[in-house]
Write a protein that binds this ligand. Structure first.
Ligand SMILES: Nc1ncnc2c1ncn2[C@@H]1O[C@H](COP(=O)(O)OP(=O)(O)OP(=O)(O)O)[C@@H](O)[C@H]1O
Ligand SMILES: [Mg+2]
Length: 554
């Protein structure tokens, strides 16, 4: 019977501990052995380093080891090394708080006693090992968590940067919005001031013919400029909502440019700006919406005239390139500050938006231009003239190759100042006008009677329906928004009448609801045409004439 000491010595070596434990177990007559050592951090007895750290039926084992420590010795049947194998276990508390458990076999008391004597020598080694393991674990965990926090800090710094950028953008947007609102109210008030002022002067009466004409002309011009502002804002909101649509067909650009020159000529004359144009003959058509192309040219020309000093020159040219047509508008004003140039097509952006600025406008014109040109598949560019003062804007639109026999549309001449001269006669046409607003009724009545129409008015939908059956008009013009009963309801009731009672009367909705959706709604309700307010007198007369003609055609 040899001593247990060599085995205990072997056990001190962590790397050989498993094998040494097996040999010591066999030496004392058991099948296997385990040593549990107190863990200061956890406050419990855990398998010493080098022994299996998890045991089958963990709770039973924990209970057993605790009992050994408390009672000095304990016996139990415990699963080891797996749940399927149950071995008799005999546990003995060692000096220093560790517990030795012998499993299976027939341990011999004297050898066990020797082991119990010798094993506590290992306690210090176990403790050091556990600290080292925990230390290594902590170090690894610390490294991992440092890396993790470095990543977090980097992400947080990035997020902070993004937030600051978003905040800057938000502040800038908010500043631009405030600036825009200030500009907008200024731009709306200026013509309003003229309208109200001159209306009061007219009301006081006793004006000579010249002053009266001047008053009326100023009111017309001011209202027109407000109308322009509103149209621009509506266009921008349609652009933002992606709802702006083109009605394209093959169109020549030269007549569009000519018509636009006619509309801006008064402004140029007023500033003694010399308007010159150079048109390439037979440039050929583009595929486009003539009204929208005119809007583009008008915006560029108005800017050029606006920013050119008195006595300056504005030149517009139409050039045919290989696959595009190019319209260039050039002025000899101050040009565009190179720093502002990249923003010139942004909406609400103006080089000078201060209250003391010398030019009006909302900063929408060029944003609309760019969008319209891009919708046409074209491009627009701005630069300053080389070696001299002045800005140059050039728009390129793709040429349209016309199929043989194709029809090219020419734009209508821009609103003639005396619309009445060109208006068709409405003699013998009876028109029923339904509108709750007196001003609107009177305006329409005046325009139509000037052209020879007989006008009957109604103040509400119900009165309109009764009058229609009694007076049998040739054409019905109705407002949409009216108290009690609206224009949609009126036209539905009209359309439910028989032909003899007026159910087939050609009808137009005359309304300030001007969107495509409103148009569709009006047509669906039974109107033949939707005419958005404000309507030019010439257009109103043309609408009535064409509705009357459609009635005659039956
Ligand atoms: N021909 C030009 N010469 C110098 N600056 C110009 C010219 N055209 C445009 N700009 C600059 O670009 C800005 C934006 O032009 P844009 O047409 O979009 O707005 P606006 O003319 O100020 O107002 P709006 O067109 O809405 O009435 C102008 O305010 C001006 O600073
Ligand atoms: Mg403009």
């Amino acid at each position: 019977m040899g001593t247990v000491l060599p085995f205990v010595a072997e056990l001190a070596d962590l790397e050989r501990r498993t094998a040494a434990a097996k040999m010591l177990a066999e030496h004392v007559g058991a099948k296997d052995l385990l040593i549990f050592a107190p863990d200061e951090e956890v406050g419990a007895l855990l398998p010493a380093p080098g022994f299996p750290q998890t045991l089958p039926g963990g709770r039973e084992w924990r209970e057993f080891v605790r009992r050994c420590a408390q009672e000095g010795r304990a016996q139990a049947e415990l699963p080891y090394p797996d749940v399927a194998t149950v071995l008799p276990a005999s546990g003995i508390a060692l000096r220093g708080g560790a517990v030795l458990v012998l499993l299976g076999g027939r341990p011999r008391d004297e050898l066990v006693a020797q082991a119990v004597e010798a094993l506590p020598l290992l306690a210090a080694a176990f403790r050091a090992e556990r600290k080292a393991t925990a230390g290594a674990g902590h170090a690894a965990a610390a490294v991992a968590s440092t890396r993790q926090s470095e990543k977090l800090v980097a992400r947080l710094t990035q997020l902070q940067g993004e937030l600051q950028a978003a905040l800057r953008e938000l502040n800038e947007a908010s500043r631009l919005k405030d600036e825009f609102l200030a500009t907008l109210s200024h731009e709306l008030r200026t013509p309003l001031n003229a309208i109200i002022g001159w209306a009061h002067v007219l009301q006081a009466g006793n004006l000579d013919r010249e002053t009266t004409a001047k008053a009326i002309e100023t009111i017309r011009r001011s209202a027109q400029s407000q109308n322009q502002l509103i149209s621009d804002m509506l266009d921008v909101s349609r652009i933002v909502a992606g709802k702006l649509r083109l009605e394209v067909r093959p169109v020549e650009l030269a007549p569009i440019i000519d018509a636009t020159l006619d509309t801006v000529r008064p402004a140029a004359v007023a500033k003694a700006v010399n308007l010159v144009h150079e048109m390439e003959p037979a440039a050929g058509p583009v595929l486009g919406d003539p009204d929208r192309i005119q809007q583009v040219v008008w915006n560029l020309l108005s800017n050029a005239i606006k920013f050119t000093p008195t006595g300056g020159r504005v030149r517009v040219a139409l050039t045919a390139l290989a696959s595009d047509l190019e319209v260039t508008v050039e002025d000899d004003g101050p040009g565009i500050d190179p720093e502002f140039l990249p923003h010139v097509f942004d909406r609400f952006r103006q080089a000078d938006s201060s209250p003391s600025r010398s030019h009006g406008g909302l900063g929408l014109g060029l944003a609309i231009v760019r969008h319209l040109v891009e919708l046409h598949g074209g491009s627009v560019r701005a630069h300053n003239r080389e070696g001299g003062k002045g800005a140059v804007f050039s728009v390129r639109l793709p040429r349209h190759r016309l199929p043989a026999g194709g029809d090219v549309a020419h734009p209508e001449g821009a609103g003639s100042p005396s619309w009445i001269d060109d208006a068709p006669s409405l003699a013998g046409v009876r028109v029923l006008v339904v509108d709750d607003e007196e001003d609107a009724r009177e305006l329409v009545t005046t325009i139509l009677t000037r052209c020879g129409a007989e006008v009957v008015v109604a103040h509400s939908a119900s009165e309109g329906l009764a009058t229609l059956q009694r007076r049998r008009p040739d054409v019905l013009l109705s407002d949409i928004e009216m108290p009690d009963e609206d224009g949609y309801s009126l036209i539905r009731k009209v359309r439910s009448l028989s032909g003899e009672r007026g159910g087939l009367v050609p009808a137009a909705a005359l309304t300030a609801y001007a969107s495509t959706h409103d148009r569709a709604k009006a047509l669906a309700a039974g109107f033949d045409i939707h005419v958005p307010k404000p309507v030019h007198p010439a257009e109103l007369v043309a609408v009535v004439a064409s509705l009357r003609a459609s009635k005659l055609r039956g």
